[in-house]
Each structure stands twice: as structure tokens, then as C-alpha cells.
Ligand binder design. Structure first.
Ligand SMILES: *[C@@H]1O[C@H](CO)[C@@H](O)[C@H](O)[C@H]1NC(C)=O
Ligand SMILES: *[C@@H]1O[C@H](CO)[C@@H](O)[C@H](O)[C@H]1NC(C)=O
Ligand SMILES: *[C@@H]1O[C@H](CO)[C@@H](O)[C@H](O)[C@H]1NC(C)=O
Ligand SMILES: *[C@@H]1O[C@H](CO)[C@@H](O)[C@H](O)[C@H]1NC(C)=O
Ligand SMILES: *[C@@H]1O[C@H](CO)[C@@H](O)[C@H](O)[C@H]1NC(C)=O
Ligand SMILES: *[C@@H]1O[C@H](CO)[C@@H](O)[C@H](O)[C@H]1NC(C)=O
Ligand SMILES: *[C@@H]1O[C@H](CO)[C@@H](O)[C@H](O)[C@H]1NC(C)=O
Ligand SMILES: *[C@@H]1O[C@H](CO)[C@@H](O)[C@H](O)[C@H]1NC(C)=O
Length: 431
């Protein structure tokens, strides 16, 4: 007797909350969609405008008139038009997308059987699709398997060994969600940088993290604030962004032409507004100014220059710059402090050093061309709070920002060369 009313009540609750979830008993078929409980995101089958490739399962903004996909499941394995698909949560706690012939086109890989009665796949209001056990544990999240988009509160890991490491991979074209050659993620060799790659070659790089917890924020036309934060979880870094209450929808995405764009929905113009785009100028592209050259972003139109003590190699910067005077080592050199710099790539990260030890690390090594030091103790839990970087050889992908941004780069020069050259800063968050 007692179980019947409870069952009826539960059914009613399920009907009211309607369709933000799948269960093994309730798959999703073409023409239907899930809508997150607050109505922000929808998940369903779609074919991009002008697409000839077929259909996909993806997540889009439910309340934005311009259809905008933030995640795609089967991006490289579309459902052919002749054979409608079905998305099923299996009894092994996996989501499986298959076509009408039963061919699996995409699947998660949990294979988790014990105690799964009550497991569901839920589309959250954050845009995260999760496979949730009855006790509330999420055993899979779309946020950990991103497509080309970062949404508020979604972590993007900088290091390869924390289980969260993923890369964004751009669409192949405006109507083609397939994986392209452009990807973006943490530089796993150091765990300190973010890189956009074109195939295997870097296309853009954010300088090594210097300890700033809030590298940037953006205030939109409506007063909405987007804050980009770097979080240190026991020495593993990840970035995430948050937006203030009542702000419009915001997203970061790797565009199919390789740019990383920051966008906010403008409901007046009913369009996405790009408020930052990286690379921000042609010389902001990776290593554009050649070895020992740098991209000077204090200029109205950023342009290449040679670091102090260097001169252009040829007519342009394709080969970079060369030393005016050779190093002598053995006491004949000194270090010039360059301020507000984007530190170069290809450093050696020396752990657990004080500033003086970092200086000594470079000065006693004749092939060390520069060093930089930062204190990471901004109220975080890092095991090692020092960040000593040294460069052995060429300096590539260096930049100069307007004052107040970037950090000091200590450059080795023959002692007779050093002329102080004031350097400046650059007001954008990824600086
Ligand atoms: C689809 O193709 C037509 C004709 O080529 C073009 O005018 C239109 O802009 C395209 N739509 C999208 C969304 O790309
Ligand atoms: C899950 O298991 C139940 C009971 O064994 C079965 O009836 C049902 O078809 C299974 N569902 C799926 C999606 O495999
Ligand atoms: C799932 O795990 C079981 C053992 O727990 C194994 O026998 C089975 O082959 C696995 N299935 C898949 C599809 O990986
Ligand atoms: C939930 O259940 C799973 C599987 O039984 C278990 O591994 C996990 O630790 C549980 N989580 C919590 C918070 O109890
Ligand atoms: C990416 O690499 C391809 C192949 O090398 C090249 O054609 C293309 O111009 C590159 N893209 C950019 C934005 O530099
Ligand atoms: C939209 O228009 C209203 C009224 O003109 C204005 O107050 C508001 O700031 C505008 N919002 C945006 C995002 O431009
Ligand atoms: C730079 O100069 C080299 C050698 O003169 C030339 O081959 C190259 O095309 C030039 N590059 C640019 C971007 O002008
Ligand atoms: C860091 O260096 C100090 C001496 O400079 C040493 O006592 C300490 O054990 C080192 N810590 C780690 C974690 O290596």
C-alpha cells in the first residue's frame, strides 16, 4: 500500500522536472532534446546549416536565437542522413550513440556496473553533461571531454598528469564540427603555459604563469564581469573563468581559423560580441620576431624589435636578431633587467630556488642567456612556491607589454653592452 503513492509522487516529480536527463529506460531519439533544469542549455540531434556530412549530438544554448554549439559528441563520426540515431544510457553507465542499424558512433568508456540502479545522464545548467550515480558521484563529465569551447566554471588544465588534461580542438569549418589541426591546451612539458597549436607547431603561446591568481577580467557593456582565474591544486594548475550574476552568456572558443576568442552574447544586437581575440596582432603569433627578437605591444601597431644588445640579422625579422658583442662569461658579463616582458618559450624550470639561487643558477652557467623569477605564494597550496626559469640558448617568442603587465626578464649581455631600455606593459588578461 505504502509504495504506490510514493511511486506516483516520484513519477509526478519526474514529469515536472521533465527532460533534463536520460536513464537506461529513457533514451533520446532524433527530434527530441534534453533541456537543463533552468532552461539554459539543450542537448539533442542537429545538422549544422549547409552541412552535407550528416547529423550530430551536441549541446547548445537553449535561449539564444543564433544556434551556438558548445559541445559535440560524435564530431568525427556523423550519423548518416538515411539512418536516424539514438542516444542511450546503458546499464553499464555509459552513453552510447548508435544509428538505426545499431552501429555505435560514439560512446563513453565507464563500463561501470556495480550499484548502478538509478544512474542517469543529466544536462546541467552550466552546460555540463554528467553521468551521475545515485549517490551523486559523477563518473563522466562533458567538461572533461571538451570540443572547442570553455564555459564558465569549466576547468582547463595546464598539466598533463592530473587526469583533467584535455585540449580544445577547433571545428574544421563553420559548418563542420570534425576535429581540425588547431588545438589548444596546457603545455604539458612545463605545466605553466597555454599554447595554441597548428598541427604540431605552436601558433600562439601565453607566457609561463607568474603567480597572478586573476590574470584578467573583463567588464562588458552591461557591467557584467568575467574573471579568469588560475587555480593551483597541489602543484597542478588549471584555468577557469567565472562571470558575475546576471551577466550575459559568455564563452571562450577556439575558432576554426585558429584564433582563441572571448565572446559575450549581446541581446540588443542579438549577436555574439568578440571582446578579445588571440593572437592579438600578427607579431603576437608564435616566434614571429625570430630568435632574440620580440613583439613590442606598446606600439599602436605592435611590431618586432631586437632585445637590447642585439641587432637585426637581415632585412626583416625572419632570422631574428644577433648579439652586438659576444659574451665573455668568466666575469665579463652582466644581466640587464627588462621590465614588463612576456617571457620567452623553451625555458628550463628549476624547482625550489630563492631569487638569489636562481640568479646564481644562470650566472654560473656560460650558456645561460636569461632567467626570470616569480613567487607563486598567492595564498595557494603549491608544494614549491618558487618559479625559477632559465634559458639555455636562443630566446624565442618574447614580447613586451605596457607597464604593469608581464614580468622582469634578466638578460645576459657582455658588460660593455648594457644600455637600460625602459620596457612597458599590455592590458590584456592573457598577458
Ligand atoms: C549557407 O550557404 C549559403 C549559400 O552558399 C550562404 O549564403 C549562407 O550564408 C550559408 N549559411 C551559413 C550559416 O553558413
Ligand atoms: C538494462 O537492464 C534491464 C534489466 O536487466 C533491461 O530490461 C534493459 O533492457 C537494460 N537496458 C539497457 C539500455 O541495456
Ligand atoms: C566491462 O568490464 C567487464 C569486467 O568488469 C569486462 O568483462 C567487459 O569486457 C568490459 N566491457 C567493455 C565493453 O569494456
Ligand atoms: C558513490 O558510489 C560509488 C560506487 O559505489 C563509489 O565509488 C563512490 O565513492 C561513492 N561516492 C560517495 C560520495 O559516496
Ligand atoms: C597552419 O598550418 C598550415 C599548414 O602548414 C598553413 O597552411 C596555415 O597557414 C597555418 N595557419 C596559420 C593561421 O598560420
Ligand atoms: C541594450 O540597450 C539598453 C537600452 O538602450 C542599454 O541600456 C544596454 O546597456 C544595452 N545592452 C548591451 C549589452 O549593449
Ligand atoms: C624576409 O627576408 C628573407 C630574406 O631576404 C625573405 O626570403 C623573406 O621572404 C622575408 N620575409 C618577409 C616576411 O618579408
Ligand atoms: C628546497 O631547498 C632547501 C635548501 O635550499 C632544502 O632544504 C629543501 O629540502 C628543498 N625542498 C625540496 C622540496 O626539495
Amino acid at each position: 500500500m505504502a509504495t504506490l503513492p510514493v511511486f506516483v509522487l516520484l513519477s509526478l516529480i519526474c514529469v515536472c522536472k521533465s527532460d533534463d536527463r536520460l536513464t537506461p529506460a529513457k533514451p533520446l531519439s532524433a527530434g527530441n532534446k534534453l533541456v537543463s533544469s533552468g532552461g539554459v542549455f539543450a542537448l539533442g540531434f542537429f545538422s549544422p546549416t549547409n552541412s552535407t556530412t550528416g547529423a550530430y549530438v551536441g549541446i547548445w544554448y537553449n535561449n539564444i536565437p543564433e544556434r551556438t554549439y558548445v559541445w559535440v559528441a560524435n564530431r568525427d563520426n556523423p550519423i548518416t542522413n538515411a539512418s536516424p540515431g539514438k542516444l542511450v544510457l546503458t546499464n553499464n553507465s555509459d552513453l552510447v550513440l548508435s544509428d538505426s542499424r545499431g552501429l555505435a558512433l560514439w560512446t563513453t568508456k565507464n563500463n561501470f556496473t556495480s550499484g548502478t540502479t538509478g544512474t542517469s545522464a543529466v544536462l546541467l545548467n552550466s552546460g555540463n553533461l554528467v553521468i551521475r550515480l545515485p549517490n551523486g558521484t559523477d563518473i563522466w563529465q562533458s567538461f572533461q571531454h571538451p570540443t572547442d569551447t570553455v564555459l564558465p566554471s569549466m576547468p582547463l588544465s595546464l598539466s598533463a598528469n592530473d587526469g583533467l588534461y584535455t585540449r580544445l580542438i577547433a571545428w574544421r569549418g563553420p559548418d563542420d564540427p570534425a576535429t581540425s589541426d588547431y588545438s589548444m591546451g596546457g603545455d604539458s612539458s612545463s605545466g605553466l603555459q597555454i599554447v595554441i597549436w597548428n598541427g604540431t607547431r605552436p601558433y600562439w603561446r601565453r607566457a609561463a604563469w607568474d603567480g597572478a591568481l586573476v590574470p584578467a577580467w573583463y567588464q562588458g557593456t552591461t557591467g557584467a564581469i568575467m574573471t579568469l582565474t588560475i587555480v593551483d591544486r597541489g602543484g597542478e594548475l588549471y584555468i577557469t573563468f567565472t562571470v558575475s550574476d546576471g551577466s550575459p552568456s559568455m564563452r571562450l572558443m577556439l575558432h576554426y581559423r585558429g584564433m582563441f576568442k572571448f565572446l559575450a552574447w549581446n541581446s540588443n544586437s542579438s549577436s555574439w560580441e568578440v571582446f578579445t581575440e588571440l593572437p592579438s596582432s600578427s607579431c603576437d603569433r608564435y616566434a614571429y620576431c625570430g630568435p632574440f627578437g620580440y613583439c613590442d605591444a606598446t606600439e599602436t601597431v605592435p611590431k618586432c624589435n631586437c632585445l637590447s644588445g642585439f641587432e637585426p640579422y637581415g632585412v626583416n625579422f625572419s632570422r631574428g636578431c644577433r648579439r652586438k658583442e659576444d659574451l665573455k662569461c668568466g666575469g665579463g658579463d652582466n644581466f640587464l633587467t627588462l621590465r614588463a616582458m612576456k617571457t620567452p618559450d623553451k625555458f628550463v624550470y628549476v624547482r625550489n630556488r630563492s631569487f638569489d639561487q636562481c640568479t646564481a643558477e644562470c650566472s654560473r652557467n656560460c650558456v645561460c642567456t636569461a632567467y626570470a623569477y616569480a613567487n607563486l605564494q598567492n595564498g595557494i597550496t603549491s608544494v614549491d612556491q618558487s618559479r625559477c626559469l632559465i634559458w639555455l640558448g636562443e630566446l624565442v617568442d618574447t614580447g613586451k607589454y605596457p607597464d604593469g603587465n608581464g614580468e622582469n626578464l634578466y638578460l645576459r649581455l657582455a658588460s660593455s653592452t648594457g644600455i637600460y631600455h625602459p620596457l612597458c606593459a599590455y592590458p590584456f588578461w592573457l598577458g
